[in-house]
Design a protein around this ligand. Structure first.
Ligand code: FDA
Length: 304
């Protein structure tokens, strides 16, 4: 349903809607996929997941950062959640978005903000910090910053989007960096990215297989797609790949029972847990990926 997808992507990019939704707090069912608006409730969620043998990567939600002040506040929130994780002794690290740290304001400023987070991560238990992939227009800025940071820090990694024609080259460049492999969540033009599910899935499998056979660093396979997950399980078995060289990842609130099942089978599993007030853009991207997720919204409206 490409038209429906386009509508949700357009909504995710609408600044007015994002700002209004922020004031309202998670609604329309978003509370089922956002762990909480504050750090306390987020830590409670992580503790519950840890008890199921699932580690977490925490995303401090934030869209449309246009001032240095907002970027610095985001950086401080991220440092604060790392400090609280460390004190609570939970199994969690952070996933960050460089646009939230000022990438589109001043690249050097975003680099310094990210570096500060990495220094603090070192202080708080040397935890891993993942730099999420965003729109293609931000890719050059993101990779430039990662290239500077990876020389200095071992605890930094990033994400490869399988819909990009260039994804294999980007992945190969980062063979010694911890990577998350995803299909890709944004709307990109046909001269940049595959457009059909079949092409994206095919490339995604190609990337996963190549990475698992050749990487010198840990890999996260982030998908809710049971066909891909089953394929990976079989591939790993057939090729004697060490289960500790990779993990599966899913987004909080989607296919939770399936996530528990995979973890109980002895695979490493990590849940991506978003938290904070700025839920609208994130939620709209999830609806764009899978319009059936509108169920979450309908259940919320009719249960009122
Ligand atoms: P996809 O949407 O392709 O669905 C494939 C099939 O899986 C469906 O047909 C259905 O059968 C099944 N399925 C999927 N969802 C289901 C559900 N909720 N219930 C039941 N069945 C379901 N993107 C990005 O651009 N940058 C990033 O940094 C990240 N980070 C990230 C982290 C994590 C942990 C995840 C899981 C995803 C991301 N993404 C991302 C998003 C990613 O790029 C992609 O858009 C979504 O994961 C959707 O693709 P899937 O592979 O999950 O399934």
């Amino acid at each position: 349903m490409p038209v429906v997808k386009d509508i949700f992507i357009a909504l995710s990019n609408n600044k007015f809607m994002n700002e209004s939704a922020k004031r309202m707090g998670p609604a329309l069912g978003a509370n089922k996929v956002v762990a909480g608006v504050d750090i306390d409730s987020t830590i409670e969620t992580v503790e519950k997941l840890n008890m199921k043998g699932i580690s977490c990567t925490l995303d401090n939600l934030g869209e449309f950062v246009t001032s240095r002040q907002e970027a610095l506040e985001a950086q401080q929130n991220i440092v604060e959640i790392m400090r609280r994780n460390y004190n609570a002794n939970i199994d969690a690290h952070v996933s960050i978005k460089l646009t939230q740290l000022g990438l589109n304001i001043d690249r050097e400023f975003a680099y310094q903000n990210t570096r500060e987070i990495l220094l603090k991560a070192h202080e708080y238990g040397n935890t891993f910090v993942n730099i999420d992939a965003e729109k293609f227009e931000d890719l050059v800025g993101i990779t430039e910053i990662i290239d500077r940071l990876k020389g200095e820090f071992k605890n930094v990694g990033t994400v490869i989007q399988a819909y990009l024609y260039d994804s294999m080259n980007i992945m190969e460049k980062y063979s010694d960096v911890r990577l998350r492999l995803v299909k890709g969540a944004y709307k990109e033009a046909s001269h940049i990215a595959y457009q059909t599910k079949e092409e994206i899935d095919q490339n995604y499998i190609k990337l996963i297989e190549r990475r698992l056979l050749t990487a010198k660093a840990f890999t996260s396979i982030a998908t809710h797609d049971h066909n891909i997950i089953n394929h990976v399980k079989q591939f790993v078995k057939d090729n004697n790949i060490d289960r500790n060289s990779f993990e599966f990842q899913m987004l909080f609130g989607f296919r939770t029972d399936y996530a528990y099942q995979i973890a109980s089978e002895g695979y490493n599993f990590c849940m991506y847990v978003p938290f904070g007030q700025d839920w609208f853009g994130y939620f709209m991207r999830r609806l764009a990926e899978r319009p059936q997720n509108i169920n979450l919204m309908l259940l919320d409206i009719f249960n009122k």
